[in-house]
Design a protein around this ligand. Structure first.
Ligand code: MSP
Length: 470
């Protein structure tokens, strides 16, 4: 039986259209899927829509449409975005939290935790931020009493709720982190979570009273299940058990506690200890030309537009080369153009076109089948740790090495005196290009495929540049 690989992106809220921040995590998942697929594994990429949120209702109301119409329109938009961005070659699973099977799974899970004694009734008195869909503290607010991220006043709640006994899992969580040092990556994020849990957990409210929107608590029709409890379960609710547990959850750093603390505790409470995810990777945030992505500023970048202008592979390359995965960074079109010219046009594109031209002039045959094993150990280590930036640097070092070899051996001059020696050098360079092409497959698949086609023909021919200078 072949190995399986299951990666998830966050299940996105649909009160907005997908922007570059969402595409970032989804491309990262796609890189992993392509890589594991090439290793011969059975793969699954799960993404979806987190619909049972107050935000969905508010957005529908604002547009004067029913929530069902609003949601199905937005979902179609998100799905078509992932299709246009060629996520997982179109073979991803998209879960909707309004799906009936999902709701049933969530209710059964809630019941199981209740039966296991980890849910109790209580009264929640405090603040709730709809933007975050989270219970927040006075100390989270800014001086004027609003949520610093959403600039909105939190709701003041006093209501009967069901509470999840998160506190009971402190010890098991700390054991989980210490036994699995790569459970939360990058390491700084892991340390943050460990000290958060060490500082003492509180039981958390996992239901809301009197709301009409959401999945009902199975034994109390007056309560709906807290949207995060519902959303986290979407990773498993409609996926086949053969893929469990998730190999990697890719998330942004803002939603780390939900994933690294609450989610494993929920699984432990339900007796799902065999299905704890293997890894949670929290990436950083990026700004757009120095400013925060915000609806009011209208500076959200549409990934489809950028890919139409510069090419999908350029966007993919830029996102993972420019911003080390896990760090914060800035996205600017000016920088994208610079990187395009330096790394893609002058770096990769130039090497490929020079080698192809030389091969054509020497009448060389392409490589039909590469004998070397796919992906060397350094590259594998980088991808297993989601070190995309380092993996790309590793490939670009190979490009530079091949360039240096070209410059030092000058086969275009050597050919005048020793054609055979020149051909031997170029044949070697072709093998180097093929090696680079294979390493590029998970990152820039269309370009890698073009190079493969060009260098596997019975007669290698030069073609138009892969990346014309802009
Ligand atoms: N619905 C929840 C996730 C539930 S997962 C069980 C959610 N949705 S979201 O649509 O608000 O955000 C999805 C992801 O987008 C988050 O991981 C967040 O970090 C990411 N990003 C939103 N803005 C971003 C940037 N400016 N930069 C990078 N990623 C950003 O949270």
């Amino acid at each position: 039986m072949s190995k399986k690989f299951f990666v998830t992106t966050p299940i996105y809220y649909i009160n907005d259209l997908p922007h570059i921040g969402h595409a970032y995590a989804t491309f990262a998942a796609d890189i992993l899927i392509r890589y594991h697929k090439l290793l011969g594994e059975k793969t699954l990429l799960l993404t979806g829509s987190d619909e049972n949120s107050q935000k969905t209702l508010d957005a529908a109301k604002k547009r004067g449409v029913t929530v069902e119409d609003y949601s199905s329109g937005m979902v179609a938009n998100w799905q078509s975005t992932w299709g246009k961005l060629q996520i997982a070659d179109g073979e991803f699973k998209f879960v909707r939290t309004t799906n009936i099977d999902h709701a049933k799974f969530v209710q059964d899970f809630f019941q199981k935790i209740y039966d296991n004694g980890y849910i109790e009734e209580g009264v929640y008195e405090g603040l709730y931020c709809v933007g975050h869909e989270a219970f927040i503290k006075e100390s989270d607010l800014d001086e004027s009493g609003v949520c610093p991220d959403h600039k909105t006043k939190p709701q003041l709640l006093k209501e009967k709720n069901y509470f999840f006994k998160l506190k009971d899992f402190s010890k098991q969580l700390l054991e989980l982190y210490s036994k699995n040092p790569d459970f939360i990556l990058p390491t700084e994020r892991r340390n943050e979570v460990v000290s958060f849990v060490r500082s003492g957990l509180e039981n958390i409210s996992i239901s809301r009273e009197g709301s009409s929107w959401g999945i009902k608590v199975p034994f109390d029709q007056n309560q709906v299940i807290y949207v995060w409890f519902d959303a986290l379960l979407s990773y498993y609710s409609t996926t086949s058990k053969e893929f469990w547990p998730a190999d990697v959850h890719i998330i942004g750093k803002d939603i780390l506690r939900f994933h690294a603390v609450i989610w494993p505790a929920m699984l432990l409470a339900a007796g799902f200890e065999n299905y704890l995810p293997k890894k949670i990777f929290a990436h950083g945030f990026f700004t757009i030309t120095g400013t925060k992505i915000s609806k009011s500023l209208g500076n959200a970048i549409d990934p489809i537009k950028v890919s139409e202008e510069f090419g999908l592979d350029t966007l993919r390359y830029f996102l993972f080369k420019e911003l080390p995965f896990g760090h914060d960074g800035d996205f600017s079109l000016e920088r994208l153009r610079e990187i395009y010219n330096s790394d893609l046009a002058n770096g990769l594109g130039n090497l490929v076109s020079r080698v192809a031209k030389l091969a054509e002039s020497l009448d060389l045959t392409g490589v039909r089948e590469n004998k070397t094993p796919l992906f060397d150990s350094t590259f594998r280590i980088h991808l297993d740790k989601l070190e995309f930036h380092q993996a790309l640097e590793y490939i670009w070092k190979k490009i530079k090495d091949a360039d240096k070899k070209l410059e030092s051996t000058k086969p275009w001059e050597l050919v005048k005196t020793d054609k055979e020696a020149a051909a031997a050098i170029v044949e070697n360079l072709i093998l180097q290009v093929i090696e680079i092409q294979e390493l590029l497959l998970p990152f820039i698949p269309d370009t890698a495929e073009k190079i493969r086609l060009q260098f596997s023909k019975s007669k290698i021919k030069s073609t138009k540049p892969l990346f014309p200078r802009k």
